[in-house]
Design a protein around this ligand. Structure first.
Ligand code: ZN
Length: 133
């Protein structure tokens, strides 16, 4: 799940509360490549350097912009929390599973909580809704 989603997600139960993220596993570190753009920029301002049109072409070969890459942060596994109604929503394989109570899979939810219980504060773990461990 892209962390930017947090800005628009709300709890489906009370429909107003923004969800808080408890992050267990993130993919941000491994997916940011090291960029060599700085060298190309200094060459562009040098009149004896290579033809600027050549530089532009080379930079366009990279379909992903440097600025975009630095902002992407992907949560692989985590928990979304609603502070108002104490509900939790799991993030599994980068997918936030945000469902109303009647559509939730209790077995899978409990399995998920057990998998990550070391990372969840105990007072939180025993008070989670719609069910707790
Ligand atoms: Zn809520």
């Amino acid at each position: 799940m892209n962390k930017k989603l947090l800005e628009i997600l709300v709890c489906p139960f009370d429909k107003v509360t923004s969800l808080e993220l408890l992050e267990f596993q993130s993919a941000s570190d491994s997916k940011i490549p090291i960029s060599g753009d700085e060298k190309a920029v200094s060459n562009a301002s040098d009149p004896t350097g290579p033809d600027p049109s050549t530089l532009t072409k080379r930079q366009n070969d990279n379909p992903i912009q440097k600025e975009t890459l630095q902002q992407i942060e992907i949560v692989e596994e985590g928990l979304l929390l609603c502070k108002t109604c104490q509900r939790f929503y799991p993030i599994v394989d980068e997918i936030p599973i945000i469902l109303p109570d009647e559509l939730r899979d209790k077995k899978k939810d409990i399995e998920f909580l057990n998998k990550w219980k070391e990372r969840i504060p105990v007072d939180l773990l025993t008070n989670l809704k719609p069910w707790s461990t």
